[in-house]
Write a protein that binds this ligand. Structure first.
Ligand SMILES: [Zn+2]
Length: 87
């Protein structure tokens, strides 16, 4: 069975689909038995998907407007208020 260290070394290749069938199977066996590595793989996979998603889809206009409005309020509230000591 693969160790966690070996799993982490092969993980990016696994996500790229650039590992051979035997290694792929070993990785799948490892994540089926090791919750830690399953979470790491799942998180990494989601992160990659988020990045790909951001490239494919620009922010919708209404989301952008709400974001800018929220920033405006934040800036307006901060400008005349305290000296910014929030630590
Ligand atoms: Zn592991």
């Amino acid at each position: 069975m693969l160790t966690c260290k070996e799993f982490l070394q092969e993980m990016t290749d696994f996500l790229d689909e650039s590992v051979d069938g035997e290694l792929k199977q070993k990785i799948q066996v490892h994540i089926a038995q090791c919750p830690n590595c399953f979470v790491i793989l799942d998180t990494t996979k989601r992160t990659i998907q988020v990045y790909k998603g951001l490239e494919a889809q620009p922010i919708p206009a209404d989301v952008h407007n709400r974001l800018m409005a929220a920033l405006d309020r934040k800036l307006a509230a901060g400008a005349g208020g305290s000296s910014g000591a929030q630590a």
